[in-house]
Write a protein that binds this ligand. Structure first.
Ligand SMILES: [Mn+2]
Length: 319
């Protein structure tokens, strides 16, 4: 692993113009890894031009701002993609012509980007990988950069609760704490404070979650629900992460209708059955135990729920 980090650091050193991208519909791991890496490079190489691109999300502005730049004017670009296994999901890719590309990602491999590929499926988060990269470099590390990396690690590991939280995760976090003065209490508040409407919506989900005899929990969240509780679609669908540890539930999924894009966003989580293979049947993907699907076909939803239910049944029978 050390070799690939060295290789990446060498490329960063070599290029004057570096564009950092991540997946569409970003989460805190994607946004924070992107902003942290940009800031770290700029703090250590003030003469380089480094841009964090992609469409902004207002609720993530607190982590730093993205760069609005006409990518077509750039040449000899090193492109670094973060937290995304396939090119079609790289936000802003259509406008860049790059000379070389580096992928840093913790999702299962999906597509060769034809450059340097650093994939660590065992990493809790892309922020953990970027932290590892920076800690192995001779860069100075600011509180701002370390804070964003901490946010991404905490968020993607769900407060150190998900299975890829390892000794390595804690070592990296402890290194960040040793090297900088990040204020964990403040960061936790920044990451987890939320409007009352979301708390109320959480209650609605708790009340209306359906559970099948095989151990599949699911809820279909309509546009009316979204309107009534005044939550946004991605917040609603990401709330799936708050429903771990229901006794007798192996797989739980939130199907959220996104009216603006006329599609269903399906977020799936699992405590055992492998779900990304099922998700890929419906053109989705993700991790073994955390996957997603987007579809505008309502029949897909019915079929997908059936598949997941069957997988729960199989899993239970094999136990
Ligand atoms: Mn991630």
């Amino acid at each position: 692993m050390g070799d690939i980090i060295k290789k990446i650091l060498k490329k960063i050193k070599q290029y004057d113009t570096i564009v950092i991208a991540r997946h569409i519909s970003p989460d805190p791991d994607a946004i924070c890894s992107q902003i942290a890496l940009r800031d770290a490079i700029l703090e250590n190489y003030p003469k380089k031009h480094v841009y964090a691109i992609g469409s902004g999300v207002s609720k993530f502005k607190k982590y730093g701002s993205l760069d609005k730049i006409d990518l077509k004017t750039l040449s000899k670009v090193l492109l670094i993609t973060l937290d995304v296994p396939n090119l079609y999901r790289v936000d802003g890719l259509e406008n860049i012509s790059y000379k070389e590309i580096i992928k840093i990602d913790h999702h299962p491999f999906e597509e060769d980007f034809k450059g340097i590929e650093w994939i660590n499926e065992q990493a809790s988060s892309t922020c953990q990988m970027v932290a590892q990269l920076l800690l192995k470099s001779n860069y100075s590390l600011s509180d701002k950069v370390a804070s964003n990396l901490f946010i991404g690690i905490v968020s993607d590991s769900h407060r150190f609760l998900l299975p890829y939280t390892t000794l390595e995760t804690f070592k990296i976090v402890s290194n960040l704490l040793e090297r900088t003065n990040i204020n964990m209490a403040n960061l936790y508040e920044k990451l987890y404070e939320r409007p009352l409407s979301e708390i109320r919506f959480h209650g609605y989900i708790s009340d209306n979650l359906k559970v099948t005899p095989n151990g599949l929990a699911y809820i279909i969240i309509s546009h009316e629900d979204i309107e009534k509780y005044q939550v946004d679609v991605s917040t609603a669908s990401n709330m799936v992460n708050d429903f771990n540890y229901i006794i007798g539930v192996y797989v739980w999924t939130f199907v959220t209708y996104d009216e603006k894009n006329d599609l269903y966003r399906v977020n799936i989580r699992s405590k055992g059955p492998v779900i990304n293979t099922i998700a890929s049947k419906y053109n989705g993907g993700g991790h073994k135990f955390a996957s997603g699907v987007k579809t505008n076909n309502k029949d897909d939803i019915t079929a997908l729920l059936k598949d997941l239910d069957l997988e729960c049944h199989n899993f239970h029978s094999a136990k």
